[in-house]
Ligand binder design. Structure first.
Ligand code: ZN
Length: 148
């Protein structure tokens, strides 16, 4: 089977994000959310800093895991800075649908993360791709409980 252009773009983007992840590191004064994906061995610690309006002011992660999980975390952190909780919930749902192979009306809102749609062909990798997003959802819930 010949590699389609989209396939090679997907590979390039995943390789780039996993080799040089964006927003990797810790945020001082922020307690991380840790999640793991036992089927692959991926572990992530996510640091989320929100402003008073509930928008994400800054976000970072440290992780150990496969290239899909690292690339997905890198793409996700690029995407969610400055976004509000409702926007994040919608993006997380879109991303979850995408990697499960569902048809989205548009994938523009997902930025580079849209290229992880190829993961749908590898069901055992879906959890790698959604790990960072699940950590983000958990971080939003925890902050909610602490905040008010
Ligand atoms: Zn993985």
């Amino acid at each position: 089977m010949a590699l389609s252009k989209l396939d090679s773009l997907y590979r390039t983007l995943v390789a780039e994000h996993s080799r040089h992840p964006h927003h990797q590191g810790t945020l001082s004064g922020v307690e991380p959310i840790q999640l793991n994906n036992p089927t692959c061995g991926d572990v992530i610690q996510l640091f989320v800093l929100k402003d008073e309006e509930g928008r994400i002011r800054d976000i970072s992660f440290i992780n150990s895991g496969c290239s899909i999980s690292t690339a997905s975390a890198s793409m996700m952190t690029d995407l969610v800075i400055g976004k509000k909780e409702e926007e994040i919930t919608a993006l997380a749902q879109d991303f979850s649908d995408l990697v499960q192979g569902l048809e989205l009306s548009s994938t523009d809102q997902l930025g580079d993360a849209a290229f992880l749609s190829g993961v749908a062909q590898f069901p055992q990798r879906i959890k790698c791709a959604t790990l960072a997003w699940n950590a983000l959802k958990k971080a939003m819930e925890v902050n909610e409980m602490k905040g008010k």
